[in-house]
Design a protein around this ligand. Structure first.
Ligand code: 9UX
Length: 68
Protein backbone atom coordinates (compact mmCIF):
# COMPACT_ATOMS: atom_id res chain seq x y z
CA UNK A 1 0.00 0.00 0.00
CA UNK A 2 1.58 3.27 -1.08
CA UNK A 3 0.95 6.59 0.50
CA UNK A 4 1.71 10.08 -0.71
CA UNK A 5 2.66 13.02 1.49
CA UNK A 6 3.15 16.49 0.07
CA UNK A 7 5.70 18.93 1.40
CA UNK A 8 6.49 22.48 0.31
CA UNK A 9 10.07 23.30 -0.57
CA UNK A 10 11.40 26.83 -0.72
CA UNK A 11 14.10 28.09 -3.04
CA UNK A 12 13.68 25.99 -6.18
CA UNK A 13 13.84 28.24 -9.20
CA UNK A 14 14.79 26.06 -12.15
CA UNK A 15 14.51 22.59 -13.60
CA UNK A 16 17.91 21.66 -12.25
CA UNK A 17 16.71 22.47 -8.74
CA UNK A 18 13.80 20.11 -9.35
CA UNK A 19 16.17 17.37 -10.51
CA UNK A 20 18.40 17.79 -7.43
CA UNK A 21 15.50 17.56 -4.98
CA UNK A 22 13.97 14.63 -6.85
CA UNK A 23 17.26 12.73 -6.79
CA UNK A 24 17.93 13.24 -3.07
CA UNK A 25 14.39 12.49 -1.90
CA UNK A 26 14.23 9.43 -4.17
CA UNK A 27 17.16 7.93 -2.24
CA UNK A 28 15.15 7.68 1.00
CA UNK A 29 14.34 4.01 1.68
CA UNK A 30 10.80 3.13 0.65
CA UNK A 31 10.30 6.11 -1.64
CA UNK A 32 8.76 4.98 -4.92
CA UNK A 33 7.97 8.27 -6.62
CA UNK A 34 8.73 11.96 -6.21
CA UNK A 35 6.79 14.59 -8.10
CA UNK A 36 7.92 18.21 -7.85
CA UNK A 37 5.90 21.21 -8.98
CA UNK A 38 8.40 23.99 -9.59
CA UNK A 39 5.86 26.82 -9.58
CA UNK A 40 4.36 26.01 -6.18
CA UNK A 41 7.28 24.20 -4.58
CA UNK A 42 5.02 21.24 -3.83
CA UNK A 43 6.93 17.97 -3.48
CA UNK A 44 4.73 14.87 -3.44
CA UNK A 45 6.53 11.88 -1.95
CA UNK A 46 5.01 8.46 -2.57
CA UNK A 47 6.38 5.59 -0.50
CA UNK A 48 5.63 1.97 0.29
CA UNK A 49 6.53 2.43 3.96
CA UNK A 50 6.27 5.40 6.32
CA UNK A 51 8.89 8.06 5.64
CA UNK A 52 9.63 10.51 8.43
CA UNK A 53 9.34 14.23 7.86
CA UNK A 54 12.85 14.48 9.29
CA UNK A 55 14.20 12.22 6.53
CA UNK A 56 12.54 14.33 3.86
CA UNK A 57 13.81 17.52 5.48
CA UNK A 58 17.36 16.14 5.56
CA UNK A 59 17.20 15.09 1.91
CA UNK A 60 15.87 18.46 0.83
CA UNK A 61 18.63 20.20 2.78
CA UNK A 62 21.24 17.87 1.26
CA UNK A 63 20.02 19.05 -2.13
CA UNK A 64 20.52 22.62 -1.01
CA UNK A 65 16.95 23.72 -0.30
CA UNK A 66 14.64 24.12 2.69
CA UNK A 67 11.25 22.80 3.69
CA UNK A 68 9.00 25.87 3.65
MO1 9UX B 1 20.26 26.91 -11.28
MO2 9UX B 1 18.14 26.05 -9.73
O1 9UX B 1 21.69 27.61 -10.31
O2 9UX B 1 18.87 26.68 -8.15
S1 9UX B 1 19.99 24.89 -10.07
S2 9UX B 1 18.45 28.11 -10.41
Amino acid sequence: MSETTTYTVAGMTCAHCVASVTEEVSEIPGVEDVQVDLASGAVAVTSNQPVSAEAVKAAVEDAGYQIA
